[in-house]
Design a protein around this ligand. Sequence first.
Ligand SMILES: NC(=O)c1ccc[n+]([C@@H]2O[C@H](COP(=O)([O-])OP(=O)(O)OC[C@H]3O[C@@H](n4cnc5c(N)ncnc54)[C@H](O)[C@@H]3O)[C@@H](O)[C@H]2O)c1
Ligand SMILES: [Zn+2]
Length: 348
Amino acid sequence: MATLNATIASDIKSALADFFSTHQFSNVFVLVDENTTEHCLPIIQDVLPEFWSVQVKSGEEEKHIETCSMIWRSMTDARLDRKALMVNLGGGVIGDMGGFCAGTYKRGISFINIPTTLLAQVDASVGGKLGIDFDGFKNHIGLFKDPNHVFIAPQFLSTLPPRELRSGFAEVIKHAYIRDISYLHKIKSKSLKDQPWMERIQHSIDVKSQVVLQDPTEQGLRKILNFGHTVGHAIETTYLKTDKKLLHGEAIAVGMICELFLSHKLLELEKDRVDEEGRYLVDVFGCKSLNKSDFEQIVNNALQDKKNEGGVVKMSLLRSIGDCTYDIPVSAADMLDSLFYFNTIAEH
Ligand SMILES: NC(=O)c1ccc[n+]([C@@H]2O[C@H](COP(=O)([O-])OP(=O)(O)OC[C@H]3O[C@@H](n4cnc5c(N)ncnc54)[C@H](O)[C@@H]3O)[C@@H](O)[C@H]2O)c1
Ligand SMILES: [Zn+2]
């Protein structure tokens, strides 16, 4: 199966062996973290040509310029020239940061992504956004550049911690909410542990790549991929350095419930449907109600979102399930209302 330059492989070794038998590189450089060194590299190392590797510490906290300096230094020590290939083997952090390092080293060398988390497989590895965090701002420095190829293999998911798997599932659900109501029925007909991942990943990538192909640099349509993310990011940021820290998808699940409510309040999505989807998301993600004393901070964080223009929060909202539109202005009062709504659903 192939979409854009992505292959969803049931046999990752043979997919990579094919790739390396038809492409020549002066050198191969593999970026990993300690978890992908342990669980993922052993699966593919036999089929890689002779390679250099560099291991960084896992986690979003490492996605910054100092880690990039270390990576560029290792690339320089390995004497990589412009015909070299970088292989990013890991989750979204490795893909975003490794792609950024490859895209800027000697004005850019080839790179392939082998995403190993569900979130990276259904979202981060497709669409060409590369970057790192800077001075507390997420993905503040970066560029748009597509990898030469993306190899997606569900077999990597077997070692992923269950909470990480569930986090990626939020984006799978999001892709159905914004583009495909009939697919949502399929997703909801199975529990998280019984999802057929090959098929789910293919669907997500089809949706994301259709959208990205029409609007690669997010001038318009691509904004629909942000459904659930304005409120979701604000919640993620609010709890980032607390003991209530949420994984990205967990925060997006809460954000989607709030933005479903706003889709009813400001557009024409039916209230019964909002309640039904809200209860489904609370169920899957085990969402707990939020402290009312945090609401003001959440709304303030949403007002700071880099995707907003001129002090107005513009969101991507649903006209109906499967039909998302963008640039809908939302007031702080409406956002606050949506947080109260979330609590009524979470406490149900
Ligand atoms: N570029 C984009 O379009 C885009 C889109 C969405 C998210 N992102 C970025 O993606 C990042 C989040 O990605 P993520 O959720 O994959 O997090 P991550 O890369 O931090 O991975 C999560 C954890 O899983 C571990 N891990 C990875 N693969 C494993 C495996 N197969 N078995 C066991 N453990 C494994 C990692 O070491 C890490 O500890 C964020 O930085 C976000 O900004 C980018
Ligand atoms: Zn997301």
